[in-house]
Design a protein around this ligand. Sequence first.
Ligand code: GLC
Ligand code: GLC
Length: 810
Amino acid sequence: MQFGHFDDTNKEYVIQTPKTPLPWINYLGMDGFFSLVSNTSGGYSFYKDAKLLRLTRYRYNSVPLDSNGHYFYIKDGDTVWNPGWQPTKTELDSYECRHGLGYTHFSSEKNGLKAEDLVFVPVKDSCEISRVTLTNDSDQEKQISLFSYVEFCLWNAMDDMTNYQRNLSIGEVEIHGSTIYHKTEYRERRNHYAIYHVNAPVDGFDTDRDSFLGIYNGADKPDVVLAGESKNSVASGWYPIGSHHLKVTLKPGESKTYIFLLGYVENPKDDKWESLGVVRKAPALAMIDRYDTTAKVNAAFEELKKYWTELLARFTVHSPDEKLNRMVNIWNQYQCMVTFNMSRSASYYESGIGRGMGFRDSCQDLLGFLHLIPDKARERILDIAATQFPDGSAYHQYQPLTKKGNLDIGSGFNDDPLWLIAAASAYVRETGDTSLLSENVPFDNKEELAAPLMEHLRRSFDYTLEHLGPHGLPLIGRADWNDCLNLNCFSDTPGESFQTCANYESHKAESVFIAGMFVKYAKEYGDLCELLGNTAEKGRAYKASETMEQTILTAGWDGEWFLRAYDAFGEKIGSKECEEGQIFIEPQGFCVLAGVGVKEGYAEKAMASVKERLDTKYGVALQQPPYATYHLNLGEISSYPPGYKENAGIFCHNNPWISIGETVIGHGDRAFEVYKKTCPAYIENISEIHRTEPYVYSQMVAGKDARNFGEAKNSWLTGTAAWTFVNVSQHILGIYPTLNGLSVDPCLPSDIEGFTATRQYRGATYDIKVTNEDHAQKGIKAFLVDGKPIEGHVIPYDPDKKHYQVEIIM
Ligand code: GLC
Ligand code: GLC
């Protein structure tokens, strides 16, 4: 069942009912000011840090679901309704919500009145704009009331929902004309405030929640709206809100447009004690001035659209499969940008107060957006590298605002160091900018410990080599990519389990997954060494990679597939000898994509075992069979009920590893089949089962052992976005940046007879045309660059050329 449809021309998903199986959200903003907005106007805004600078209040885990947002109420006679349906839930005559790139557009009708609300955050400004247009489609004059409503958060979102003894006395506002200033905590001279403004004279306002709603009412029945009159309340402590009242008269056929602006404002830096408790209005007035007419707002909206059009033009494909096109050209890249902005901080599943930026997560996210915003990717790599420890290990997370490593979580995830190589190598392959490698970067954020980035990569590489276990495989530490496989943490002290225990260092559990990563990234490190002229170090890296490959083929092979790990007692994990957890997805995917066992035929076997044992109709499960009970020696993985999350859920993040693995051995049909199973556009018609947004990936889909097989959770903020984009663009379509230029070597499903693609790469445009009349899955018969045949599939790079015409016959 579908609840909407894609509009590819406008790059929108069109939701046709507010009653979607779960809230379907969008992200607004790209620079500092961000909003989450759902298809029923739920959501909230924050500035830069969803924990520390939250503008509006959201209630996670609330009933009804998704019940706080930025709302408009319309009172038309006795009928009160909202263009986004919530919170009154008045049945609408028509409803539509279009989620586009950086904006959301509601348009609804009730009793001959049409209300449109276009919400967006302008490029490079710290406010959210709502352009509200009311149209009288009836043949009677209408006299209606329009009320706006936002509930302010007292900035620190954690404090906001815990520290009531203080919070209920600190709320402060000022009202000047049509502008409401929310200045709570101004006295601590945090020097920032929020404004909520409308570009028309108001007929009233409210800033105190209890006055507006009525003490015992919910947002579905606000006193003020039902009465049709504002109370002009001035909040003092308690719960500050912002609400404007506009009385609007509309002749038949008449339309009126109002601009509402919710802004974040910082006072000038020199403002100290003098103006205590007084907002300095100049910056707010300047912001208001930038959007005080519909024409200015329309221009800002056009600028936003232009921004996205230009950005996404950096990689486009046209194939006979329109779902493939829409994912590659629009939604997958869009989601990659959202993971760049949000990391794992704020979604409808991440509360914005939990995690900082993950070391491994951010390095992987980079793989999906560095072709779009290479400069920001460069900055991000340097930020991440600065949280590495001198021995090559890394803080597992850091805070975006301070960029300091997070002490609560610390280090000990032994895959982390290698992801830095993955990110740096991808950046240099994309941009050719080797200056990154000589940037001086602190260790542990200490300037005195700074060293060139290349030295950071060396320590990443050596960290693995210096931490090998009894079989010569890398030690796993607290966990590798699979956070929940905690093989060294078997404390049974209540409250001390999984990753909180401190004893992981003395134990010897080993990871075949990290071994696979090492085979791949040691070579990529070696290639960077060679690029900088250090052939001896390249030799060392390649040799270590080959040795590791041999170790995997002996100690890491189970006969039909790759083992997952050895636990702290030297017992096998992910082996046919195990009762549960016999086969895991991660080492199959990563070893094969690293090329391990391809010559020996092991790769073929591993992929066949995945298909036989892990595949389901909704994707490839993380492992099988699931753990039925909790095992102290395995940790968090066995704490999940069978079929969910790491315990045999379909973890979408590593499905593309399998798909890439299949392309390595030339199986284009199977690679595409795996790609499609979790790909939103292909499963749009099972939205009633899948439940999360059909335009973005979710972290996890419940596996076949779960009661709700096929149901997804944790949409938006997942490494799945980056890896699926890497898979489809670099491996299936086969357009892969190498250190020496762009390589094109597709691995297609045999029924795709070709495609064209446009790719911006190192300042040049590549127009690529692939024909596949022979229905091949892999292999190139002819490769022409500007009409001339070349050897191999890497297009020779010429810094002076701005345009390449590439023709390939498979
Ligand atoms: C989550 C984490 C990621 C981890 C994965 C598997 O997605 O963000 O770091 O690799 O779970 O446990
Ligand atoms: C990862 C996992 C999640 C786990 C978390 C912390 O994000 O996906 O299941 O709760 O790590 O261990």
